[in-house]
Write a protein of this length. Structure first.
Length: 116
């Protein structure tokens, strides 16, 4: 969730993401985000536990990161890109959203691999 807070912040991709989704800062500030954060945490846990299934033994941080990167590109990016094509999503938005998962899974893989 830390990566998401940074990824979708003004420092990185907030402006293009908001422009492509049509979400405004006003709308976002008027929404009760607490339930979204709880659900996001549960989904991130499920994603991390699933990734851990691919990391048997003691893979180390490097192998964990590579496995996370491959999972991010091979599963998340390709799935989101396919959906984006049929939803006529702007390619930039697909790359922003899928990029978040690629980075998150890479970092999660490194952490799981380091402590696995």
């Amino acid at each position: 969730m830390i990566i998401g807070a940074l990824w979708y912040s003004p420092l990185l991709f907030a402006k293009p993401w908001m422009a492509d989704t049509g979400i405004t800062a006003e709308r976002a500030s008027q929404t009760n985000n607490a339930p979204l954060y709880v659900i996001t945490a549960v989904l991130a846990l499920i994603s991390s536990l699933t990734l851990a299934l691919f990391l048997e033994g003691d893979p180390g941080a490097g192998n964990g990161a590579v496995t996370g990167l491959v999972a991010g590109i091979g599963f998340a990016l390709t799935s989101m890109a396919t959906t984006g094509l049929f939803n006529y999503t702007k390619p930039r938005l697909t790359l922003i959203q899928a990029g978040y998962y690629v980075v998150s899974l890479t970092v999660a893989g490194a952490i799981i691999g380091a402590f696995g």
